[in-house]
Design a protein around this ligand. Structure first.
Ligand code: NDP
Length: 245
């Protein structure tokens, strides 16, 4: 289990109620971080609410529909109350959506819009709105990391076939957002990276996927923990190897 670089670091995870998001919350708590877990329906987030009981005061569950401007605004208003003067050391833009079974000739505008809003617009605007709450680099402490859960399916360079177009377009747009955020936040020592987790067994990845969520998340947290100062605007896989844009 990788250790937290900074004791008592505050982390925010979106899409935290299931899949990779839930596993990020588990592993961050287990290593001693404080976590704000954001999800669309906290009242139904049974696993998160159980964890909140196991880690009193260290896990807060807040509502967030990342595709909704009003919901993002509410989170931005509520977060300072939870952080209590602290800044975020890690923002994990994990929430994502994939529409399966799309075929050329039948790609629906609504699926493209949902993917763009959820996979690209939401994380970009949420990060922009939360920027004042992200930790700046200081002499004794590295700046915050913003980690955007991307996918090699969003890599234009690796594109080989017509598959999941709305997801591919959404993640490619997210990737551009990651690079622009990296540029915007570099002067504060805040690093922004796009991460490809591999093919992971979650609702999205499906039962045939090769990796358990525990392994993918542990490796991604190691990649984040190994990022050096100035390592920003990168697209990395779970081994820390660059993925071509
Ligand atoms: P899941 O489908 O298992 O979980 C998706 C999560 O995103 C759920 O918590 C879901 O919440 C949340 N979500 C979806 N839309 C919204 C929204 N509008 N607002 C807030 N939350 C939302 O996916 P994974 O855990 O597998 O994927 C996590 C991330 O990793 C995604 O960004 C995905 O693209 C990426 N990824 C996953 C891969 C894999 O193989 N699994 C491969 C490459 C990338 P709810 O329960 O409310 O729907």
């Amino acid at each position: 289990m990788p250790q937290s670089v900074e004791a008592d670091r505050h982390c925010l995870v979106t899409g935290a109620n299931r899949g990779l998001g839930l596993e990020f919350v588990r592993q961050l708590l287990a290593r001693g971080d404080r976590v704000v877990a954001a999800c669309r329906q906290p009242g139904r987030a049974t696993a998160l609410n159980t964890l909140a009981g196991e880690y009193p005061g260290r896990l807060h569950v807040l509502p967030l529909d990342v595709a909704s401007a009003r919901s993002r605004d509410e989170l931005v208003r509520e977060l300072p109350l939870v952080l209590d003067d602290a800044r975020l050391g890690l923002l994990l833009n994990n929430a994502g959506v994939l529409h399966g079974g799309e075929r050329f000739g039948q790609v629906a505008e609504s699926d493209l819009e949902t993917s763009l809003r959820t996979n690209a617009v939401g994380p970009f605007l949420l990060t922009q709105a939360l920027a004042p709450l992200l930790a700046d680099a200081e002499s004794a402490r590295p700046g915050a990391v913003v980690a955007n859960l991307s996918s090699e399916i969003g890599s234009i360079a690796r594109r080989q076939e017509f598959r999941t177009p709305s997801y591919a377009i959404g993640k490619a747009a997210q990737n551009m957002g990651s690079v622009l955020l990296a540029q915007a936040l570099a002067s504060r020592g805040i690093r922004v990276v796009a991460l490809h987790p591999g093919w992971v067994r979650t609702d999205m990845g499906g039962a045939q996927a090769t990796l358990p969520a525990e392994e993918a998340v542990a490796e991604l947290l190691q990649v984040i923990g190994r990022l050096e100062a100035g390592a920003t605007g990168l697209f990395l896989d779970r081994h820390g190897q660059p993925v071509p844009w």
